[in-house]
Design a protein around this ligand. Structure first.
Ligand code: CP
Length: 304
């Protein structure tokens, strides 16, 4: 395979390959091996048209640990601000013979368009509402460290499902691995069309009665909304956020907690929630490096 564009186009064998190979990459850090020569001579370019803290730095650390040469394309100081199109930018980069392009864009489908117009392997680092496949892979990897076999486990995804590429990709990989998935959101940010096998809830009481094993919180993505979706952040917090009282319920029931980041404290989560004993949020970030190393290795020509 040349590109990683979404979870839907992956076979179960490919998902297993990436997850399985992330294990030895993670073991390297445990043994304090900081660098391996796997991608020596390869060039990885990160092309982020939208902001990122975790994904971009995680790819850069992953590529560095594989001994690739890593270049960040700085949109703000590039000719993109003079109006250069995505495809003209990619044609220019193509002439520089980069081997991988890791791209994030606010418009769904841009990574796929780039992939059709370059010999480089294109990895989608998040496109619009569509997909965030490496987030999904690292989420599955993180949960598999806890459950070993995910079949039959239950994940409750809470928050702004409508605008979330993470919800789409992570929900799909969880279901492909045999998990049961439910969404909890206000009607205004619940998509009109949801997968048939996903249960829908409108309040925490019903959602917790479903007996989830893990609660996966999402940020409210106001930047993707034309109008405010809810009366106020405080009102959202009261009705749909992980309040301190709800953290205590999670604690009593021993539920795991996940969030892709960035978080908005006081909206979908509290300080107490961020310090919750069974939070996997930091493990998600840590595992992102091993999983992205595995993705880069998987896409290396002739590696598999
Ligand atoms: N989870 C995630 O994609 O975070 P960033 O936006 O910081 O990359």
């Amino acid at each position: 395979r040349k590109d990683l564009l979404d979870i839907a186009s992956l076979t179960n064998e490919e998902i297993e390959f990436v997850l399985a190979n992330a294990v030895p990459f993670k073991d390297l850090f445990k043994r304090s091996v900081k660098k391996v020569p796997t991608l020596k001579g390869q060039t990885v370019l990160t092309l982020f048209y939208e902001p990122s803290t975790r994904t971009r730095s995680s790819f850069e650390v992953a590529a560095n640990r594989l001994s690739a040469d890593v270049t960040h394309f700085d949109i703000e100081s590039s000719s993109v601000v003079k109006g250069e199109s995505v495809l003209d930018t990619v044609e220019t980069l193509e002439s520089m013979r980069v081997d991988y392009i890791v791209v994030r864009h606010k418009q769904s489908g841009i990574p796929s368009l780039i992939a059709k117009n370059t010999r480089a392997s294109v990895i989608n680092a998040g496109d619009g509402w569509h997909a965030h496949p490496t987030q999904a892979l690292l989420d599955a990897f993180t949960l598999r460290e806890k459950f070993k076999d995910l079949r039959g486990a239950r994940a409750l995804i809470v928050g702004d499902i409508q605008h979330s590429r993470v919800a789409r990709s992570t929900s799909l990989i969880f279901r492909r691995l045999g998990m049961n998935v439910a969404y909890l959101a206000p009607g205004s940010i619940m998509p009109r069309e949801t997968p048939e096998d996903v249960k829908l809830f409108g309040n925490w009481t019903d959602a917790l009665d479903w007996k989830p094993d893990v609660v996966y919180l999402l940020r409210v993505q106001s930047e993707r909304m034309d109008e405010p979706f809810f009366p106020s952040a405080a009102e959202y917090h009261k009705n749909y956020g992980l309040t301190d009282a709800r953290v205590e319920i999670l604690k009593e029931r021993g539920l795991w907690l996940m969030h892709p980041g960035p978080v908005n404290r006081g909206v979908e989560i509290t300080d107490r929630g961020m310090n919750y004993e069974k939070s996997l949020i930091n493990q998600q970030v840590e595992n992102g490096i091993a999983v992205r190393m595995s993705v880069l290795y998987w896409l290396k020509p002739g590696a598999v």
